[in-house]
Design a protein around this ligand. Structure first.
Ligand code: 4AD
Ligand code: MG
Length: 483
């Protein structure tokens, strides 16, 4: 008999018809006469109830229906007398496809998230991770749909590259060299001419620079792929391997970039509410995951909010004012300091109580490729809507979100060759791997802008999960890449 998925069996009203379902046993209970099995096959967070008469099956088979076992069941679909489910199956035949012994780690309800991380190979079978992974899939579809519908082309940038886009040096090296026998020059520096690519290469930290090449040819592109950062950040918001979405658009200015960032995130959140109802409700109504049952209201709230558009300088003023009024922060936040997540979250969660798009950051801690704001005679600069800053600023345009902090990092790009070169010189950057990037400013340069969305940070927000290790199937973090 052809297999029916649990999600379809639960919706089906052809009562009395024969049906075959396959899946994993979540639980079994019953009496001497009758048994109940909760069956899940991953197609939905909801289990299908199987009911059977003990007398109709050999004891040998019934004993093997244990939590975690994989079974195939044939029976009659009937209207369920139990509340909370429309249909159930009255079993007529049971086949054990895979036994599960008593050491199966997902026995109990409410197993801690920390414990589940240690069994990442099995945790997708828990209700919580099933829900998260289906939401994650839906978000990927939302992202592709959004860009496709808006005329962006999916552009594939390399994972192995000699270029360090962000210039932060947090790269994982890729080599086929024998690490026990390295060829070195007289100064002891490693020579790479005998390495696979003939030069030092790494895993990408961002596809942006190559994305800009795409945008200046196809008009609007986006990337969506794995990204690697060897930063030793053991926080609930950092992974060593994460997924990033990077749109890049020709002829886009600062205001349009902010419009895009806001519209895009809202589209994704709306998509989740429209397409992941059962999984969101499961998380929302699970006291262990969402004590205040406020996940869905929080998502709906974001759709109603207009994001605040805030120059960095104004943000610093607000933080300074808060400090004057007794607010304590761990890290300093004077003009010129990079904001820590505590500062971002203060602005978003306590001051504005809605998402903030922050712009016009000091040049000192932003990347070389960002568009430079017009400087004033006294060393300051003029930015968004004429706002004045006390030092040089760039049109970095980040989105800060409640409970996450930075969810998007973006900017308008410096399209002027001379200004970009001056910045490269000022930073003493090595030109060896930048020539092709600088060519975009030599041959038909155009104003353009783009951003990078951390996929897992979006999933954190949409699922309300607290730790980034719990929104990717197999997280890699410092000292941990086992699976
Ligand atoms: O702010 P970032 O470093 O920006 C860039 O890489 C730009 N090249 C993007 C662009 O303009 N095309 O990273 C972008 C986003 C961050 O806002 C954050 O959401 C996510 O990527 N991110 C991380 N997510 C998980 N783990 C990490 N270690 C992350 N580092 C950045
Ligand atoms: Mg950033």
């Amino acid at each position: 008999m052809k297999r029916t998925k649990v999600i379809d069996a639960l919706k089906c009203t052809a009562y009395g018809s024969d049906i075959c379902v396959k899946g994993w046993v979540r639980s079994k209970r019953g009496s001497k006469e009758i048994f109940f099995v909760a069956l899940n096959d991953g197609s939905t967070v909801k289990n299908l109830q199987i009911v059977g008469d003990v007398a109709n099956f050999p004891e040998e088979i019934l004993k093997r229906i244990t939590t975690g076992a994989c079974v195939s069941i044939e029976g009659k679909l009937v209207e369920s007398p139990a509340a909370g489910q429309a249909s159930e199956v009255q079993a007529t035949a049971i086949e054990i496809l895979g036994d599960s012994d008593s050491t199966y780690p997902l026995q109990k309800k409410g197993t801690s998230l920390e414990f589940l991380r240690s069994v990442a190979h099995l945790r997708p079978r828990s209700n919580t991770f099933g829900a998260i992974l289906r939401i994650r899939h839906n978000m990927a579809i939302a992202i592709h749909t959004y860009f496709h519908e808006h005329g962006y082309f999916y552009f594939h940038t390399p994972l192995i590259t000699a270029s360090d886009c962000e210039g932060a040096g947090n790269m994982f090296q890729v080599t086929t060299k024998n690490l026990y026998d390295l060829k070195k020059d007289e100064q002891g520096k490693i020579i790479y001419d005998d390495d696979f690519f003939g030069e030092q290469t790494s895993l990408t930290v961002s596809g942006q620079l190559e994305g800009e090449l795409g945008a200046t040819a196809l008009g609007a592109i986006y990337t969506f792929g794995p990204t690697f950062r060897a930063e030793n950040s053991n926080t609930p918001r950092h992974l060593a391997e994460f997924w990033m979405i990077e749109p890049e658009i020709a002829f886009m200015d600062q205001e349009e970039l902010m419009d895009l960032e806001e519209d895009f995130i809202k589209y994704c959140v709306r998509w989740a509410l429209d397409n992941c109802k059962d999984d969101l409700e499961f998380i929302n109504n699970n006291k262990f995951l969402t004590p205040n049952a406020d996940l869905i209201p929080r998502l709906e709230g974001v759709l109603k909010e207009e994001f605040v558009r805030l120059p960095y300088t104004e943000g610093i003023n607000i933080l300074q004012e808060a400090i004057k009024n007794g607010k304590k922060f761990e890290f300093p936040c004077n003009w010129g300091d990079d904001l820590a997540s505590e500062h971002e979250r203060y602005l978003v969660e306590e001051h504005f109580k809605k998402p903030v798009i922050m712009t016009d950051y000091p040049r000192s801690f932003k990347s070389f490729y960002m568009k430079q704001n017009q400087e004033t005679a006294d060393g300051g600069s003029i930015g968004y809507k004429g706002a004045v800053a006390p030092g040089p600023t760039m049109q970095g345009t980040d989105v800060l979100f409640p409970s996450i902090g930075e969810i998007i990092g973006g900017s308008v790009r410096e399209e002027n060759y001379d200004k970009l070169m001056a910045e490269v010189d000022r930073r003493g950057m090595d030109l060896t791997h930048l020539w092709w990037y600088l060519d975009t400013r030599k041959y038909g340069s155009c104003p353009h802008a783009g951003f990078g969305l951390g996929f897992e940070r979006l999933i954190l927000f949409v699922t309300g999960m607290q730790n980034i290790r719990d929104v990717i199937p197999f997280p890699s973090t410092p000292k941990n890449a086992e699976f």
